[in-house]
Design a protein. Structure first.
Length: 132
């Protein structure tokens, strides 16, 4: 899962990245080579995100979206969420966690230490991730 943004603050222990759409995420790993103004991509693993009720921001490191699907796949469920600026993401949860309805607004929380930061690829994110 990848999110695009720009570094807007640099602190000794974290960066703040403003995503497309205006949400802000704190990143605390691998930050030393980045400067304010750098265009970046944040990455996170499906299992390291938490789906919360409602589409309202209640803390830092929250992005919001609408559930597109919620399906069982083996030992986990995958929830596909369309983010407010058009990109989508997929989150893995345990089967006993709350099921989500299609069209339900949700918030996604990602801890700062679970975000990885990369320089934005010059060919663009879609081209860089394309499988040939």
């Amino acid at each position: 899962n990848f999110l695009e943004g720009i570094v807007v603050e640099k602190h000794t222990d974290h960066l703040v990245v403003e995503l497309i759409g205006g949400d802000k995420m704190k990143v605390s790993k691998l930050i030393s080579s980045f400067l304010v103004g750098d265009r970046v991509v944040l990455g996170f693993r499906k299992a390291f995100a938490e789906v919360l009720d409602g589409g309202e921001k209640k803390q830092d490191n929250i992005i919001t979206g609408v559930v597109d699907s919620d399906r069982y796949l083996g030992e986990k469920r995958r929830i596909h969420i369309v983010l407010k600026y058009g990109r989508s993401t997929e989150i893995m949860v345990l089967p006993h966690e709350k099921s989500r309805n299609i069209g339900e607004r949700v918030s996604i929380y990602i801890r700062p230490e679970n975000l990885l930061i990369f320089r934005y690829p010059k060919e663009g994110i879609d081209e860089a991730l394309a499988v040939t």
